[in-house]
Every structure is written in C-alpha cells, then in structure tokens.
Design a protein around this ligand. Structure first.
Ligand code: ADP
Ligand code: MG
Length: 232
C-alpha cells in the first residue's frame, strides 16, 4: 500500500565507520531502507547493533562515511550545518531517553521553546504549550521545573516539546528507557496517537520487544546490518 508513494526517508548504501584509536568499528555496514509516510518504524536490535547510529544518520545528526540519506528529495547528508539546523527545526521532532529538558525553564517554557524559531509571539507560544501539556496530562505541573517532576512527567514534557511544531518526522531513541511499564505504555501511546492524527512518520529506536508491538513496521539490526524487516 505505502509503496505507491515516494518514501519520506530513503537510505542508500549507508555506511558508518568509527575509528577510535587505531581500530575500526563498522557501526553500519551497508544499509538500504525506504520509510513511508505514516509508518511507525521501530529500529530494533540488541545493544551495540547500530540503532542509535542509524537514527543519528536519518536525522542528520552525524555525517555518513559513505552513502546517502534523503528526506523527500533532499539529500540531507550533503547539507551544510546551517541548512541542516533549519531543516531539523522545521520538519523533525526529537524525544530522547535523557529528556534533555532545559533545567532553568519550567514545563511551559520548555515546551514552547521550539516555537521561538517560527516567529510566533510569546503569549501564543505559551498558550499552545499549555494546551499540549494538558493533553499529555500535566495541567497541574505546568509551572514546575524539570527537577520538580518525576521521570515520567519529564518525559511527557519532552514529548510535548517534540510535538509542538507538528513535525513531519518524530525521532525517538529509547524514549521509555527510564520509565516503568505503565508510564512506558502511556508515553508510547501518546506518540502513536499524535502520529496517526497528524500523519507523521515515527522512527522509534528500542531494544524492547514490548515497544516494537506499537510499531507498524519493525526493522531489526544486527552488527550494523538489517537482518529482518516486517510490516504488520
Ligand atoms: P545501539 O544504539 O544499537 O546500542 P550504537 O549505534 O550506539 O548501538 O553503536 C553501534 C556500534 O558503534 C557499537 O559497537 C558502538 O560501540 C560503536 N559506536 C557508536 N558510536 C561511536 C563513537 N562515537 N565512536 C566509536 N564507536 C562508536
Ligand atoms: Mg542506542
């Protein structure tokens, strides 16, 4: 079904080598992968299989050693840093395991922050942030700072911040790594419901089979190669 469309993300012969000291680590061997609009694609595999390296390449957080990554028609692996930064702000949302909230900002300010680059005034930004915080169940924590919230609450703030720009692609690297089972399910359902509503594409990195259950497609990595690719 998805194959009638052009891919949102297209990876061509991607290789990534790291050279710590005088050894060479083949983190990604030769990856070819097309991901389509609306897919919730889990990048699955054991620790060290290359999942985070692949996510970092898809989001152009690192340059490939060889090969290309296209987002739509744009060869993002060839953009310069300024163009890349703009591209990420415009199209991508990120959710990380370590939340990466700004400690000196409260929940509203953290969530509103990505809108600063969009020419939206402060009042409107904060109203939008409040609405989204209410949707993720934090209406009573809006004025709290990260240190005043639990891990699960901080991650919900992180998700609201990632979603406030209605990103075309959501990148989530082990987003529930520090959370209990109940909060894990809530967090992942939030991401999924948002993706369905706004037709966003999700790249979800995880080593947890339970999380892969939420995906529409599971791409399994082993030693930097794709060893399995299943759609549900
Ligand atoms: P995963 O996310 O699946 O646990 P990673 O993508 O982080 O795996 O790592 C894949 C391989 O690349 C591992 O062997 C790891 O040690 C190596 N690696 C990752 N990042 C670096 C780096 N910056 N320098 C050297 N080796 C790295
Ligand atoms: Mg990782």
């Amino acid at each position: 079904m998805e194959n009638d469309n052009k891919p949102v993300i297209s990876v061509k012969n991607l290789r990534k080598l790291y050279k710590p000291g005088n050894e060479t680590v083949v983190a990604l061997d030769r990856i070819n992968l097309d991901i389509y609009k609306g897919e919730i694609c889990c990048i699955f595999g054991t620790s060290g299989s290359g999942k985070s390296t692949l996510l970092n390449q898809l989001a152009a957080l690192e340059k490939p050693t060889e090969g290309e990554v296209y987002i739509g028609n744009v060869p993002i692996s060839r953009l310069n840093e300024d163009d890349l930064a703009r591209f990420r702000q415009r199209y991508f949302g990120f959710v990380f395991q370590a939340y990466n909230l700004i400690p000196t900002m409260n929940a509203i300010e953290n969530v509103a922050a990505p809108l600063m680059f969009r020419g939206i005034d402060k009042y409107t930004r904060e109203e939008m942030a409040k609405q989204l915080l209410a949707k993720v169940g934090l209406e009573h924590r809006m004025h709290h700072y990260p240190r005043e919230m639990s891990g699960g609450q901080q991650q919900r703030v992180g998700i609201a911040r990632a979603l406030i720009t209605k990103p075309k692609i959501i990148f989530a690297d082990e987003p529930t790594g520090n959370l209990d089972t109940k909060t894990t399910n809530e967090v992942i359902e939030m991401i999924r419901d948002f993706a369905v509503k706004y037709q966003s594409t999700v790249i979800l990195v995880s080593h947890e089979p339970d999380l892969a259950e939420y995906a529409t497609r599971v791409v399994t990595l082993m030693d930097g190669n794709i060893v399995d690719d299943k759609r549900k």
